[in-house]
Design a protein around this ligand. Structure first.
Ligand code: AHG
Ligand code: MN
Ligand code: MN
Length: 333
């Protein structure tokens, strides 16, 4: 397939066609990986439909309960979570599911014969606090190969980001955009609601090398280490602009499209950072690196962080290689 920027009008390739074409490159493929991605696609279409009608159906607002993160669960957090679990649970290829909304990983199979080769981790609804104000929200997912040697089946979910075999996000914005990597570059699809298909619009997403734009919740600056404050002072002095939605998927997608750097540093309130390693930082790190960018947690490459527990939090600095390097220069001092 050519690598020039495609538009849906020139090359009508659906996600399904793309996945089957990728699968055909692997002679021993069982189709399980394709089934996992098709489950994620189906669930995201369901979530998109519910988000679009959120104001019309009784799905806005909170459940009045907190999740394992100690955050108030929105109704659509639960709806999205259930959609993903039901879609993935009914597919043969998934051994373990780990979700931001569930305390523990869900074991779908003891996988004694190895027919369930994948672990899927996800943030079913990212940026849910933006839902009630019709802001951009998203879904983030990470795919690992099931590690049958893990002491406990659920420990198979605790593999470093370098072991991911796939990652992606869906942005529920003015359009519904799926950005995906299966390890050979980054592809972007847009949902055509008229036919219910994700159509390929870019088969080689590359993050711009630089852009004088940083994205962070500047209200936290007073709680950040001096190095981050020094970086922001430098950037402001260099004429950088700041954009921040407060939904990681939206802020990262803008960074992927326009370049720049997204930061969520450690704060007094979140001393290890707020974002979760396994289903926010790692999948975004794989996507950004596959698109030619960088992703660090402090001075450590995010995908090298060895996970200790499924909901652990890490600092995040990711985006254009040149822009991340500017931040790392201050962190190294
Ligand atoms: P989630 O809605 O899945 O809990 O994620 C929210 C996260 C992330 O989307 C965003 O980057 C960050 O929270 C924003 O945090 P602040 O509101 O503290 O800036
Ligand atoms: Mn999130
Ligand atoms: Mn979430």
């Amino acid at each position: 397939m050519t690598t020039e920027k495609l538009t849906a009008g020139h090359n009508l390739t659906s996600l399904q066609t793309f996945l089957l074409r990728e699968e055909s490159k692997h002679p021993h493929a069982t189709g399980a990986y394709t089934m996992v991605l098709s489950a994620l696609s189906l669930a995201s279409k369901f979530i998109a439909a519910r988000c679009r009608r959120a104001g019309l159906e009784d799905v806005l607002g909170s459940m009045g309960a907190e999740n394992v993160q100690g955050e108030t669960q929105q109704k659509l957090d639960v709806i999205a979570n259930e959609a993903l679990i039901r879609a993935l649970g009914s597919r043969p290829g998934v051994a373990v599911i780990a979700s931001e909304e569930d305390d523990e990983p869900i074991i779908l199979s003891q996988d004694v014969t190895g027919e369930r080769p994948y672990v899927v981790l996800f943030d079913p609804l990212d940026g849910s606090s933006n839902l009630d104000v019709c802001g951009g929200i998203g879904t983030i997912f990470s795919i690992l190969q099931h590690d049958r040697r893990a002491a406990r089946v659920e420990d198979s979910a605790l593999q470093p980001g370098v072991r991911q075999v796939g990652a992606g996000y869906v942005l529920y914005g003015p359009s519904t955009v799926l950005v995906l990597t299966t390890g050979t570059g980054v592809q972007m699809f847009v949902l055509d609601p008229a036919i219910g298909s994700f159509l390929l619009v870019d088969d080689d997403v590359r993050i711009p090398e630089t852009n004088k734009m940083y994205s962070m919740n500047s209200a936290n600056l007073g709680q950040c280490d001096q190095a981050y404050r020094d970086y922001v002072d430098w950037a402001n002095g260099e004429g950088y602009t700041m954009r921040y939605v407060g939904t990681m998927v939206a802020d990262v997608h803008r960074t992927m499209m326009k370049g720049g750097v997204f930061l969520y540093p450690p704060t007094k309130k979140a001393p290890k950072g707020k974002l979760r390693l396994m289903y926010e930082a790692n999948p975004m790190a794989m996507l950004v690196e596959q698109a030619g960018g960088k992703a660090f947690s402090g001075t450590e490459r995010t995908m090298d962080v060895i996970p200790q527990e499924v909901h652990q939090r890490v600092p995040v600095v990711l985006g254009s290689a040149g822009e991340v390097d500017h931040v790392l220069r201050f962190l190294a001092k």
